[in-house]
Design a protein around this ligand. Sequence first.
Ligand code: PHE
Length: 478
Amino acid sequence: MENTSPKRASWSGQLAFVLAAAASAIGLGNLWRFPYLAAQYGGGTFILVYVILVVTLGFTLMTTEIAIGRMTQQSQLTAYSKLHKGFGPLGLLATVIPVVIVPYYCVIGGWVLKYFWTYLAMVFDPSADPIADAGGFFGGFIGAPFAPFGYGLLFIFVCALVIALGVKHGIEKSNLVLMPLLFVMAIGIAAYVVCLPGSGDGIKYYLVPNMDALRGADGAFSPAQLAKTILGAMGQMFYSLSLAMGIMITYGSYMRKTDSIEKSVRRIEVFDTLIAIVAGMMIIPVVYMFAVKTGTPVHEAMNAGPGLMFVTLPKVFADFGRAGAFVGAVFFLLVAFAALTSAISLYEACVASVCDLLGMKRRNATFFMFFVIAFLSVFSALGFGVWGKLTPFGMDFLTFFDFVTNAVLMPIVAIVTCVFVGWVIKPKAIEEEILKGEKRFVARGLYNVMVKYVAPVLIGAVLISEICRNLGIGNWKI
Ligand code: PHE
């Protein structure tokens, strides 16, 4: 703890930090969103574009956030104003994002818990199969008057327990158990899928670059399709690496000065991308096989949105016979762990902000945020049932919160952060922080160009395309 202020918590080492940041990054985005985007955008083509973006743009943003956190020893709410008085509102904006996301993320976490319980019950009593009509089960559950809120509340409560225990004793310890289990389960299911007879075509569909995805309706190469692929990959990258919402600032503020930021970021990227690719191996080949078997167009099956995880996959599991209940239980336990560690990081970013601003004790701040999050979760939990008629901008509450944060607020925070670092405090300040734990900043040249010029322009493009897509302007279907 030599270089941190005496009161501030810290990770016990570089590995603990990498694991915590990876635990935040690996979540629903990897397990559910990445596979279907990859399938839609030409498999290997999308994966390639995604990886290039992660090691350039993702690297730049993550390095920036971690360095700001470690430099200021503050969470996002107060970090920006500590560096420059005029940028206080940016901290406030960056804090609003996790406060809006964590309630709906926990509601989805609650759905996952429900599926896990149901599959677990089926393992013990195979005669009961409530999920057989997968669509009806899903619609019935999320539209129920109380259950989605109850399960969401349970999920929030578990996060609160971990956070109340603190950075070292709560977050770090829980990651040490959950993350290795998550890796083992993911690799286990992917291996099971690869060994299924007939999975080869689906694996090819997923991994081999398919240039057809870059052709327009007339069959010729379409720059617009390429742009959509890049923008889709970029949006996914932001979400998947937990960027632009202050989490990495908060987690960076617990990092020891002697640890290497650059190496840590590279490792987090590897973990996050690896799990995303493995998730595709768990899901795409079986959905492909199922689509072929039932005569559904493959593209349509992949394109099911949230239904892919909660409706299509259960149908596939049902098709496995007795093994299906077991695979389903392991799969949803894995998803629950991934969602839990991500939700913990979101919750922590809120709690740390309250502590830093008001000087509140961790336990009290956790308790206070529990009520705020539980209250806000009511909207997303009931938005498919009793409050189904309330549709801001034509969206249900959950989709609306997701849109406001991912499509609007996060890109704005990311652009202003880049301008702030590139032109106000200057990249040199970040470099100096990096050099405290490192002899050399290897990617210095790349970093400078990205943060000053490339990142603001690219993120600006994401902002515009996301708004158009969500409001149905133009032909943006990502
Ligand atoms: N990165 C997480 C994922 O891939 C999502 C997440 C979003 C986590 C926001 C924290 C905050 O699912």
